[in-house]
Design a protein around this ligand. Structure first.
Ligand code: NAP
Length: 308
């Protein structure tokens, strides 16, 4: 199969950090155009909007949509309606309903829709899943604490409604948890902390259980300075499992059993090529559904104003 001609929409931080290096190394994708109001990529034809790009470069087969989630639906609908395959950055949309609408459009047009969850491709995630499948889980603790000023400087959209606030990183934890646990779980109680000048939370505490009453406790906090923590800890019949550093390292009973360099975005592009070739879509909304449930069920606590 010849390379898939790709257009990127929303050239910003994640495109520069991850998409461009991964596409450059991929034999399956050829970057032929970008659409962004300000961002451009050296040597690649640049357009201001997806409509302009699709008109000017009809050979585009697929698009990666990398703008903030609140502004993604229109572009996704435009691309799918034009018969293009679509890669959605995480989270796949601002609402569950719009993602369902995109799934229906992709199916009707016979093109592939990929709701990407990069953290699921962290190296120790599959070994963690295999370990948990081999034992009985007693409880799970998720600790996702990072410094928003370091990771999201000057990003106004994350503080606006639909920007998800601390769930922007927290949904990465949820994408791993929903992948590695053998049974689905649901939120029973939540507290969301909103800075008094923001429409999205800076911290959240979530309690889940599954049908067997197995408890899951998650703490997301964006006010962490110093050491950053992205850990999932499971107490099991076979001992304590720690999936650390965002899914990079797996320890069982204090012994490091798996650690490899991360290749999340190259793996995402392999998966995108695979679903295009097989004529399928890959859209799992479970992580976004938990976030929606947290907003449905969560108590709202107002905390001190946040200034970047
Ligand atoms: P970003 O740099 O703030 O935004 C990406 C680009 O989207 C911007 O450069 C901008 O390009 C465009 N954009 C911004 N606001 C827009 C608006 N109102 N309407 C249309 N386009 C707009 O964000 P990012 O960090 O790359 O994150 C984008 C997505 O990737 C998010 O969903 C995020 O969760 C996900 N992601 C981010 C990271 C990370 O480390 N940053 C990691 C994994 C996933 P123009 O001004 O040129 O149009």
């Amino acid at each position: 199969m010849p390379p898939i001609n790709l257009g990127i929409v929303g050239v910003g931080k994640i495109v520069r950090d991850q998409h461009l290096p991964s596409i450059a190394k991929s034999a399956e994708f050829n970057l032929v155009a970008t659409a962004s109001r300000h961002g451009t990529v050296d040597g690649v034809p640049a357009y201001k909007s997806i409509e302009e790009m699709l008109d000017a470069v009809p050979s585009v087969d697929a698009v990666s949509l990398c703008m903030p989630p609140q502004y993604r639906f229109e572009a996704a609908h435009t691309a799918l309606s034009a018969g293009k395959h679509v890669f959605l950055e995480k989270p796949p949309g601002a609402t569950l309903s719009e993602v369902a609408d995109l799934q229906a459009t992709a199916a009707a047009k016979g093109v592939s829709l990929f709701a990407s969850w990069h953290s699921r491709y962290a190296p120790a995630v599959e070994p963690a899943k295999a370990f948990l499948a081999s034992t009985q889980i007693k409880s799970v603790q998720v600790i996702w604490k990072e410094d928003v000023r370091h990771w999201h400087p000057n990003q106004a959209w994350i503080w606006q409604a639909g920007g998800l606030g601390v769930f922007d990183p927290g949904i990465n934890a949820l994408s791993i948890v929903t992948h590695i646990l053998p049974r689905s779980a649901f939120i029973t109680a939540a507290t969301l902390e909103f800075p008094e000048n923001c429409d999205a939370p800076i911290a959240a505490e979530l309690h889940f259980k599954d049908a067997a009453n197995m408890p899951i406790h998650a703490v997301f906090d964006w006010r962490q300075t110093g050491k950053q923590t992205w850990d999932i800890v499971a107490e099991t019949e076979a001992g304590t499992m720690v999936l650390a550093e965002g899914g990079a390292k797996l320890s069982i009973n204090g012994e490091l059993v798996f650690s490899e360099p991360e290749q999340e975005y190259p793996a995402l592009y392999c998966r995108f090529a695979e679903i295009i070739k097989s004529g399928t879509s890959d859209v799992d909304i479970a992580p976004l559904r938990h976030v929606a449930d947290a907003f449905l069920l969560g108590k709202r606590k107002v905390v001190e104003a946040f200034f970047d």
